[in-house]
Design a protein around this ligand. Structure first.
Ligand SMILES: [Zn+2]
Length: 262
């Protein structure tokens, strides 16, 4: 790992994070995200060039609109920073490998889903119609072993949430089902199952925390998409280590056979 290379990737993540945030905010509302210029959400003054540098513009303007002085949401620089750190984490873990390219695709999807689902309780179909073929192309160039594990992953992701939706009568949405199905292409069967398990864990912890701090009410809808994509990123980067650790810790003795099964 080279330091300069790492810095480069971190900055690229910050810049791309700024773009992905815009995609997450605009795609569900069908606003083009390449042509129309960003504007202040309060006074709708179009932002100038110097306001469009990711992270730095926010720091320089101290989080306020130059025109109306109202504060700009901290989520903008936060999402840019998080994207930068995730890119860096993927690089440290995978190096400049083909799997790293898969991680960049996955992190990009994760950021847009998080922004869109938190703001609109929606995971746009158009987004999945871009990423599902991207994952298929990626897994054609760099297949899982065996290659049809991608199909198992997609079917499991789609199928299990379908069953949950039917049984719970709407505990999860169709968007979550299509999302986990899409992720399954990239992840394969085992990591898709791990993703669902971790997503449930993350979703439960986060929603209980938000409930206890009264950020959300008992009857408020809770977007599950961010938990799914966070779990998918963890599974993709650390999944097999986690599975091995789990089975070695809880199935000492018989662990060897189970680990070799995985
Ligand atoms: Zn303004």
């Amino acid at each position: 790992m080279e330091l300069l290379q790492a810095l480069n990737i971190f900055v690229t993540g910050i810049i791309l994070g700024s773009f992905l945030n815009v995609v997450g905010l605009r795609l569900p509302k069908n606003i083009p995200f390449t042509t129309s210029r960003s504007a202040c959400p309060h006074c709708t003054t179009p932002l100038q060039e110097r306001d469009l540098i990711p992270l730095f513009s926010y720091l320089i303007s101290k989080g306020k609109c130059r025109h109306c002085q109202l504060s700009i949401s901290i989520t903008y620089p936060l999402i840019e920073l998080i994207t930068g750190f995730l890119f860096l984490l993927a690089y440290i873990n995978l190096g400049l490998s083909l799997e790293f390219a898969g991680a960049i695709l996955l992190i990009s999807l994760a950021v847009v889903v998080t922004v869109s689902d938190i703001n609109y309780m929606l995971i746009p179909n158009k987004l999945l119609l871009f990423f599902a073929p991207s994952f298929i192309i990626f897994r054609t160039l760099h297949p899982l072993q065996p290659w049809y594990d991608s199909i198992y992953g997609a079917l499991a992701g789609f199928g299990i949430i379908f069953v949950i939706i039917v049984l719970s009568k709407g505990g999860m949405g169709a968007g979550d089902m299509k999302l986990l199905g899409t992720l399954g292409i990239l992840l394969g069967l085992k990591l898709t199952l791990l993703t669902l398990f971790l997503a449930t864990l993350i979703g439960t912890v986060v929603s209980l925390t938000l409930l206890s701090f009264k950020v959300i009410g008992r009857k408020d809808p809770f977007p599950f998409g961010p938990s799914i994509v966070m779990a998918a990123v963890i599974s993709y980067l650390f999944g097999f280590d986690l599975l091995q650790f789990y089975f070695e810790t809880f199935f000492l003795g018989g662990g060897e056979t189970i680990v070799s099964f995985f």
